[in-house]
Structure formats: structure tokens, C-alpha cells
Design a protein around this ligand. Structure first.
Ligand code: 5AD
Ligand code: SF4
Ligand code: FES
Length: 353
């Protein structure tokens, strides 16, 4: 079949007609600046239409960098013996959440490597206490048992982030020595059935990742109707098996922004962060993300010295900042873009169709 011209595909997207995986591939491959600019403009328009000008700030707490897994791309992988590991105590985490809630942050994201040291029941008690601070709680703890997800949901957890990283089955297998593609998706189903708002996401610019694979990610995001989707560039970490991978940062940034823009257009009202990885890849990366469909930022509230030890990838921005500094910095960023800091919890309203 003959490929449609990119401008025609954009027109379809503007009118909110659905497009095929092949159409998405054409747009991802296209480097005509006029097409790219128009794609970004449409994404920004749809962002305004479906989620408005408010940018939600999700306070990030990276409470442990221990991980039982060995994902090939990640600096927290178990086999990375160079990394100094830390675990915050339950008390330490709670005290930190109290401070964050006092700053007016409405969502706290509890994130760690896959660390089963935190026993499910005690963790549920922590969630229960944090919920009394009047915040939404997002968990990002990886794959756990259904009964654990259920326990935490009962304790009051609102959302769960579990990225698929790629929906290309073969690529997934190559990157994840410990994981099963279908099991990861099964977790998503369990989480959804438990009433969590669920988040997925991918990395862009992985070795051997094709535009077809990225287009598949976008179609799957749409099909699964996720509430949150984290899209970030892959940044090679020297102490991992993929440390040698090279790609021009600006090219990778553009590709990530295209994936972000298309995801906004096709998923309409999903919560999409302008990721820290995008801000690390190129200066002003998060600002560019916010103008291409993103409506969420994640200020880092992990205390020192832990923050610099949560090195998923190298050169992470904000790690040298004093505690709490990301908040005013982001408020300034948002205002400068003519947007506002959202005041609600930022739950997504599910599409009923
Ligand atoms: N570059 C960018 N993002 C990464 N992640 C892990 N390793 C990298 C990397 N090298 C992201 C993954 C994962 C989360 C823990 O961090 O998307 O979900
Ligand atoms: Fe562990 Fe997650 Fe990193 Fe994989 S991506 S090694 S599960 S922290
Ligand atoms: Fe972290 Fe600017 S957002 S210092």
C-alpha cells in the first residue's frame, strides 16, 4: 500500500480521526521541519483541550535503590556492584512525606528498585499513615504479587506506575533477563481491576528499537487506556551492559518529543510527565516536553545523600540541588511557559467509550 503523505496524516489527527501504526511510523520517520512543527502544535492544542493549562506536580521520593533485577539498561541493576546502596526506614519515609505535604504537594510518588525488604504489610501501614496527610499516593515498586497490590490498594494507595518499557516482545525479552512480557501486562490488569489508576510508559532510543516498535508502543498506550504514561529517552549508563550505546542527544530528544506528541493526540486526556530523563538529555528538555503534550512534572524530594545514589542513568539533573529547591524552580518553569501549577489531585477522568 502506498504511504499517505505526512501532512494528510496530520490533518486526520487534527480532526481526531484514528490513524494506523503505519501512519505513526511515517510521522516518526519524517524529518521535514514543517511536519514536525505542526505535529507539536497539534499536540499542544489537544493538551490544552483535554487537560488544560494546569501542570500537576508529583513529589518524588526514591526511598531505596536496592533491586533484585538485572534490566540491561538500568544503573540500579543488581549486578552493578559499583553503586552504593541505601534504604530509607519507614519512619524516615513518613517524616519526609509529612514535609512534602506541608509544601502543598498533592501527590506523593513512592519509588524504589524491586526491593522486597519492604514487607507488604508494613508498607501498607505506611501508606495508611501517609494517606492521612491528605495526599494522593502513587506507588512505583515494580512487579509484586496480586495480594500485595490488593493490600496496598486497601490501605489507600491511589495509583501505580509500572512501565512496559517497550511493547515490542522481542526487544522486551532482550532487555529483561528476569522478566516476562505477559506477566508484566498481567500485573497491569490486576492493578486496573483493583481500581488503581495505572501508569505505563516506554523508553525511546533503545538499542535495536525501530520506529515500528515505537509506533506499536503508542498504539498499545491507546488500546490499554492507561491513566499515566511516562515517556523518556534511554540514557546509557556506563556500568550496565548497554553503556556503550551512542545516539545524538538532539535526535533522541526529537524522537522522544514526537512519541510524546503522538501519545497526547491519540490518548487525549492521559497524564503525561515531562520526564527528568528528557531534562537530563538536553538543556530545556522538560520545557520542550511541556510544549509537546506533557502536563505533569515530578519534583525530586529524595533527601541527600540518597538522591545522588539513585543513579538509574548518569548525569541526572537536580541531584545537586538543596532539598525542596525543585519546587520553586518548577513553579517558575511553568509560569514562564504561560501555564499554571494545578491545585487539584490530578486524577484522570477515564474515557467512557
Ligand atoms: N535511561 C533512561 N531511563 C531509564 N530507566 C531505567 N534505566 C534507564 C536509562 N538508562 C527508567 C525506566 C524504568 C525506570 C526505573 O527508569 O523507564 O522504568
Ligand atoms: Fe530494577 Fe527497575 Fe532498574 Fe529493572 S528498571 S533494574 S526492575 S530498578
Ligand atoms: Fe530540580 Fe530545577 S527542577 S532544580
Amino acid at each position: 500500500m502506498k504511504e499517505k503523505p505526512c501532512m494528510d496524516i496530520l490533518e486526520m489527527l487534527e480532526k481526531e480521526e484514528d490513524c494506523s501504526q503505519g501512519d505513526i511510523v511515517s510521522l516518526l520517520r519524517c524529518d521535514d521541519p514543517e511536519v514536525v512543527e505542526k505535529l507539536f502544535t497539534i499536540a499542544d492544542t489537544k493538551r490544552k483541550k483535554y487537560v488544560g493549562d494546569g501542570v500537576h506536580l508529583r513529589g518524588l521520593v526514591e526511598f531505596s535503590n536496592f533491586c533484585r533485577k538485572n534490566c540491561f539498561y538500568c544503573g540500579l541493576r543488581k549486578e552493578n556492584k559499583k553503586l552504593k546502596r541505601y534504604r530509607m526506614s519507614f519512619e524516615e519515609i513518613y517524616a519526609l512525606c509529612e514535609r512534602i505535604a506541608r509544601l502543598g504537594i498533592r501527590t506523593i510518588v513512592l519509588q524504589s528498585g524491586e526491593d522486597t525488604w519492604y514487607e507488604a504489610k508494613t508498607f501498607a501501614e505506611l501508606i495508611h499513615r501517609i494517606k492521612k496527610l491528605g495526599v494522593a499516593v502513587t506507588l512505583s515498586l515494580g512487579e509484586r504479587e496480586p495480594w500485595e497490590y490488593a493490600l496496598w490498594r486497601d490501605a489507600g494507595a491511589d495509583r501505580y506506575l509500572l512501565k512496559q518499557e517497550t511493547f515490542d516482545r522481542e526487544l522486551f525479552v532482550h532487555l529483561h533477563p528476569d522478566d516476562d512480557y505477559d506477566k508484566r501486562l498481567e500485573c497491569q490488569k490486576v492493578l486496573k481491576d483493583l481500581g488503581y489508576q495505572v501508569g505505563s510508559g516506554n523508553m525511546v532510543g533503545l538499542p535495536y528499537q525501530t520506529c515500528e516498535a515505537l509506533a506499536l508502543d503508542i498504539k498499545k498506550f491507546q488500546e490499554w487506556d492507561f491513566d499515566m504514561i511516562g515517556i523518556g529517552p534511554f540514557i546509557p549508563h556506563p556500568d550496565t551492559p548497554l553503556g556503550e550505546h551512542v545516539m545524538d542527544p538532539e535526535a533522541k530528544c526529537l524522537l522522544t518529543l514526537k512519541v510524546l506528541a503522538l501519545t497526547r493526540i491519540l490518548t487525549k486526556n492521559t497524564n503525561l510527565p515531562a520526564t527528568t530523563a528528557l531534562g537530563t538529555l538536553v538543556p530545556g528538555g522538560r520545557e520542550r516536553g511541556l510544549r509537546c503534550g506533557a502536563n505533569v512534572l515530578m519534583p525530586n524530594f529524595t533527601p541527600s545523600p540518597y538522591r545522588m545514589q539513585y543513579t538509574i542513568y548518569p548525569g541526572k539533573i537536580c541531584v545537586q540541588e538543596a532539598w525542596g529547591n525543585c519546587l520553586p524552580c518548577m513553579e517558575k518553569m511553568v509560569t514562564k511557559l504561560g501555564r499554571t501549577v494545578a491545585t487539584g489531585f490530578g486524577d484522570r477522568v477515564r474515557n467512557s467509550s
